[in-house]
Design a protein around this ligand. Structure first.
Ligand code: MF3
Ligand code: CO
Length: 320
């Protein structure tokens, strides 16, 4: 543990980070399987069953199921739902929808947590832009996950990136989180804030960074089911998340599969137009992209009641 401003931040050994990588890869493969099944007509409960099967077949445990009574393996948040949507047999996807799929797995006590938003069939240019703005912001944040920088550098990079992409809402009522021997740990990782503030990042820390971006205002409403978070104004929302470890060699995106480049991996073909956001965002490649070693360069530059997507305690001082 590392204490900083009242926060206890768990420090992992390199061996423990490797186990988190195993959990991260289970999550990555599960998200790949589930997103491949997304299409008009499938129900979110069917997607959930697929995810549970994949995680258990890998010898891992779904971390969401039973967490504070959460009833499913994944969260499926459709259109104006931001996070923590509960899979249902009655929710069938339709052409043009967008869906965030959020997944967590535990391997030998260590956690991985990631989310991706994809389109169902063909989506509008406006919605594709939303997805891209959110995914790009995630990767700008991940690029800041380096020893010596501060937590606020991540938050600031995420917010700045979204603002540069257009007039979007940046959700503030839910945040990312520390992760490791539990899914939700210190510190909260807001998607906005000031650079140079907050705890210093050190090797062995691991964070789940998860921007939530809307086409309208940032305000949220929690539905009566106690879980589903929707936008107050009905605008549609995107949500992307990765678990990243801060290592002496730079950020290690534990929930991203290694890939030599788009198209080089038959399991991960380049995506052209249509339903998914582009895997490589425009603009300069992140400085850490060419690094060899354990750094997973995402194939894509590419969290409450419980949100971490923890729900922020309104009384708490933001960590930045
Ligand atoms: N990635 C989400 C989060 O960090 C998943 C939690 S869903 C829950 O909050 F059901 F497990 F709470
Ligand atoms: Co999370």
């Amino acid at each position: 543990m590392r204490r900083s401003g009242g926060l206890s931040i768990e420090l992992k050994t390199p061996e423990q980070v490797k186990v988190m990588r195993e959990a991260g890869l289970v999550v990555a493969r599960t998200l790949r399987t589930v997103t491949a099944a997304v299409g008009p007509g499938i129900s979110t409960a069917e997607l959930d069953a697929l995810a549970e099967h994949e995680i258990r077949a890998a010898g891992a445990t779904p971390s969401f199921k039973g967490y504070h009574g959460y009833p499913a393996t994944i969260c499926t948040s459709v259109n104006d739902e931001i996070v923590h949507g509960i899979p249902s047999r009655d929710r069938r996807l339709r052409e043009g929808d967008i869906i965030s799929i959020d997944c967590g797995a535990i391997v030998r006590g260590w956690h991985g947590d990631a989310a991706v938003t994809v389109g169902v069939g063909t989506i509008s240019a406006e919605h594709a832009g939303l997805l891209q703005a959110c995914e790009t912001a995630l990767w700008r944040g991940l690029a800041q996950a380096q020893a010596g920088r501060r937590l606020g550098d991540i938050s600031h990079a995420v917010e700045t990136s979204v603002r540069q992409s257009g007039r979007y809402g940046v959700v503030e009522e839910y945040t990312g989180h520390g992760i490791g021997s539990a899914m939700h740990m210190d510190p909260p990782v807001p998607n906005y804030g000031r650079a140079g503030r907050g705890p210093r990042l050190r090797p062995g820390m691991a964070l789940a960074i998860e921007p939530m971006v809307t086409l309208g205002r940032q305000d949220t409403v929690l539905l009566d089911d106690g879980w589903t978070v929707i936008t107050a104004d009905g605008s549609w929302a995107a949500h992307f998340e990765h678990t990243v470890a801060i290592t002496a060699d730079g950020p290690w995106v534990l929930t991203a599969e290694d890939c030599a480049g788009p198209g080089d991996d038959p399991r991960n073909p380049p995506l052209t137009g249509g339903s998914h956001s582009p895997r490589i965002p425009p603009g300069p490649q992140p400085p850490w992209a060419p690094l060899a070693g354990p750094i997973a360069v995402g194939p894509d530059i590419t969290e409450g009641s419980l949100g971490d997507t923890r729900k922020k305690d309104p009384a708490s001082v933001p960590p930045t």
